[in-house]
Design a protein around this ligand. Structure first.
Ligand code: GBH
Length: 531
């Protein structure tokens, strides 16, 4: 089996590396003194994961229940009736998993801490020392292998206690809970963790939790979804507001109490879709901008620029919560870096001036736009087994450049990028392992990222989603995103072609970086001699 994979590796290396050479070597002579790898020398190349999707051990060693434990156990919420009780048992197999990473040659691992494992009852109970010990062991095992931990505090999961007490993010009290939790993590792990992410994709958590209601706490109203409670037109903005303030609270705490001694940085991760105007009309261009405002800038503008986007103000009016003077003081540049989870792109059509059919985005509180993958009968990029994922590599270059321009070239990390395939019961493991499409996806997206970096974007790392196949939220185990295949009966991990390819890609980058330093050094020596 491995042999045939090797053969395929040969084949894909040809497509991908040729690609890389053509784009970076257009004028070989001029570029000789530049870094032959587009990525900076200390660039982080990693894989990503999250606690609920990976760990399992949902009630082991004193862990409290969280919102996803409760949600996934309610019939009808998860497509294949599964849950994360065992997931891929990363809680017990973290050593084996760090071996897989070491073998790939990655220098960083993005994972999240389970809030309810560390604080089973939030700030209303004790710190669970068994949970602390677990993450200490994980962090140490990574460092032993030269792998830098890149740690998210909240990847959708929060202690159920906080949900029950005050409806989670609808309450401003969550700011105190989050600050308390962040403090515990900084204190116990901050000597060895230098990259902190407060929230993973709060835009998705809020949209799906409080507008369409398909994620916990399952709140929505009217035509937005099918829920017993909620207000799709207001609650997303309240929840978002409290999350933004919670991020600021943790960022400020780190700055005041830990930054000096620990020297790390704190950022936030947003899901970032590239929105391409469907036509060159001014209305559609403005609509694409509005789509960003209502999806990503909604969070990033307040945190980095100190205010909500102008077009949100205009359209939402009093619905948009206001920041207090004391908050505003902490708000400009309230993040050391931005994490970008980028997978896909969509076309955007204006529905403010023009008349639209009903569809995604076309309501006042979504910004009056229409989001579609189709233009004149053609998809924006190749469609995939995942309904929201279209392959449009150019979108990577565009979104990174957009963020660079809007936020004054703040340091960025691509915290997720990846390709999902259907876990069809008839697919043999051989077919899963030979994931040529994933390789092509990664290769083309990395190439587009390299172009953005060459044009000046300050991108410092790339994490592929994901190290292993895992629990894909409401899709359960029906979709595989891993660079390693997981047999869900035995939990055996097997590397796919993409893992072998990524290993090659990283080692090639390393070789080019050292080649660069040697070349430049000898060139310099020659020039000096001539003078
Ligand atoms: C990421 O989510 C997650 O961080 C990760 O846990 C997950 O496993 C991975 O990607 C793969 O799915 O309905 O308006 O929010 C990103 C997944 C991207 C799904 C955007 C929903 C549609 C827009 N999401 N998407 S919206």
């Amino acid at each position: 089996m491995e042999l045939s994979l090797l053969f395929h590796l040969f084949f894909v290396l040809e497509i991908c590396f040729l690609n890389l050479m053509v784009s970076s070597n257009n004028s070989v002579a001029m570029k000789e003194r530049e870094n032959p790898s587009a990525f900076p020398r200390n660039f982080l190349f990693g894989t990503a994961s999250s606690a609920y999707q990976f760990e399992g051990a949902f009630s082991s060693d004193g862990k409290g229940l969280n919102n996803w434990d409760v949600f996934s156990h309610k019939p009808g919420n998860i497509m294949d009736r599964s849950n994360g009780d065992i997931a891929v048992d990363h809680y017990h197999r973290y050593l084996e998993d760090s071996d897989l990473m070491e073998d790939m040659g990655v220098n960083s691992f993005r994972f999240s801490i389970s809030w309810a494992r560390v604080l089973p009852r939030g700030r209303f109970g004790k710190v669970n020392m068994a949970g602390i010990r677990h993450y200490n062991k994980l962090i140490d095992s990574l460092w032993h292998k030269g792998i830098q931990p890149f740690v998210t505090l909240t990847h959708y999961d929060i202690p159920q206690e906080l949900e029950d007490r005050y409806g989670a993010w609808l309450s401003p009290k969550m700011q105190d809970d989050f600050r308390y939790y962040a403090d515990v993590c900084f204190k116990y792990f901050g000597d060895r963790v230098k990259y902190w992410v407060t929230f993973n994709e709060p835009n998705v958590a809020v949209i799906r939790g409080y507008r369409s209601g398909i994620y916990p706490p399952s709140r929505c109203s009217g035509s937005f979804g099918n829920c017993s409670n909620g207000d799709s037109e207001r609650e997303p903005f309240i929840a978002a507001h409290n999350i933004i303030l919670s991020h600021i609270a943790a960022f400020d705490l780190y700055r005041a109490k830990y930054k000096k001694t620990q020297g790390g940085s704190v950022g936030i991760v947003l899901n970032a879709i590239w929105f391409e105007p469907i036509s060159s009309s001014l209305e559609d261009k403005l609509a694409a901008e509005r789509a960003q405002s209502f999806y990503m800038n909604w969070f990033l503008d307040p945190i980095i620029l100190g205010k909500y986007p102008e077009d949100m103000h205009k359209i939402l009016g009093y619905i948009l919560p206001k920041f207090l003077e004391k908050d505003l003081q902490k708000m400009k540049r309230g993040s050391d870096f931005i994490g970008i989870n980028h997978y896909t792109s969509f076309y955007i059509k204006d529905c403010l001036v023009s008349v639209c059919e009903r569809g995604p985005g076309n309501s006042r509180t979504e910004g009056l736009i229409l989001r579609t993958a189709l233009k004149d009968g053609n998809f924006i990029g190749k469609s995939t087994a995942v309904d929201w994922l279209y392959v449009y590599p150019k979108g990577m270059e565009k979104i990174v450049t957009y963020i660079k321009d809007r936020y004054n070239n703040i340091p960025m990390f691509i915290t997720e990028n990846g390709f999902g395939e259907m876990n069809n019961p008839n697919t043999t493991i051989e077919v899963s392992l030979n994931d040529v499409k994933r390789v092509q996806y990664m290769c083309s997206y990395l190439d587009a990222l390299a172009t953005a970096i060459r044009n000046g974007a300050d991108v410092r790392g790339y994490f592929t989603w994901s190290l292993l196949d895992n629990f894909e939220w409401i899709s359960g185990y029906t979709i595989r995103f891993g660079l390693h295949h997981v047999d869900y009966r035995t939990l055996k991990r097997t590397r796919k072609l993409s893992a072998m390819w990524y290993k090659q890609y990283i080692s090639d980058h390393k070789a080019r970086s050292t080649l660069m330093s040697r070349n430049t050094a000898s060139k310099l020596a020659m020039e000096l001699q001539r003078e």
